[in-house]
Design a protein around this ligand. Sequence first.
Ligand code: HAM
Length: 440
Amino acid sequence: MGINNVKGTHDVIGSEANLYSAIESLLKQIAELHAYNEVRPPVLEYSELFVRGVGESSDVVRKEMYTFLDKGQRSLTLRPEFTAGIMRLIVQNKLLATNDWPLKLYYCGPVFRYERPQLGRYRQFNQFGVEAVGHNSPINDVEVITMAYIMLTSLGLENVTIKINTLGDEESRNAYRDALKAFFKDKVANMCEDCRSRYELNPLRILDCKVPEDQEIVKDAPHMSQYLSDSSKARFETVCNALKELNIPFEVDDSLVRGLDYYSETVFEFHYVSQKGNDYGAIGAGGHYSHLVKEVGGPDVPGIGFSFGIERLASVISDDGLIPTDIENKCDIYVMSLGEQNQIYALAYANDARLAGYNVEMCFDNTKLGNMFKRAEKKSAKVALIIGDNEIEKGIVILKNMATKEQKEVLASEFIDEIDKLLANCDDNCCCGNNCKCEN
Ligand code: HAM
């Protein structure tokens, strides 16, 4: 019996892989326009980092981590998210000592969570995200949210719903926690097991419970907005007013609490329901954190960031027919050699053409010319390059325009120039029908 992929993982193949690359390169480009620099932290971290960073009361740490002992009996975890690892990277590499604040970093790669697989939910998935660390300005929050919005609209996702809320500062959250404890005190015994432990560890987490009976109870719970300190209220007002000023559409959702423990003040999520009605949940999310850098051994400075789920972005883009048309690998030149002994020469031409910027495929089978042309057509090659004993002897190659079927002999030393002429200014919509004489 064959071996299949692990449950909750998926192979990314062909045009889907091209779409992932196109998404990631657009996101990187926009992050760089905002002066973010790339970092690549390891996938493996000490488990303690996530227990302390992401928080013991989060579902991610309690139930979803891929944790194991290595051969040296160290507890290691496949990262379930990037943010805690990025803070570790910043502190360990002393990045805050040498950079202007905020320190602005972006990252992209796989993360692992042992969740129940379903539409848009995997056990290994990819995130692209950013972190801006070291500055407390609410306008920094706004820049981060705005950048995320620019990224989504640049991907063609116009109908994004941005949900935003504030979790307040420590004073606000302590007051709210007390209020929630008082509210759930005589109710929690009848709630799910998770809620009973959330009540002890972090009652805010109860608000995220998905059990329908518990949700009935939760809907009457007090709201965070009633317990905000003056400074948190003012900060949130500044953020909302600036977003309005910049015409970034958003809605305040005061039930938004986020699933990771490190958040404080501004939190947000990006939701998108495809035109087909498929709801993939949040396609991205993030927020402000006050003490995460300190939690992993650094100075007590705040930060803010977000992550997109690449799989979810790719799904909504595909669902809504927004796939860019130029992401397929298009074959410019198909190289054919007559006689196996000439393949090495054919490869040399292929390499020269690649260095000149052309997408080149080569036939490695010693087969009839007719078969090779069929393959070139299947690859939608624009030009076929043919060499055999005769051509090598005469120092020429044959170029065949696959659209017009015209073919000509050209000097080997000039074959790139000739291909340039054939393909210059010529795309599928070219007025010349791919026999590009437009320049001549
Ligand atoms: P998160 O909300 O846990 O936040 O994940 C961010 C995004 O990852 C989600 O909005 C979703 O698109 C995607 N995602 C999450 N779980 C899955 C899954 N099982 N399968 C597929 N996609 C998934 C964080 O990870 C925070 N570190 C974000 C952040 C950055 N906050 C501050 N800085």
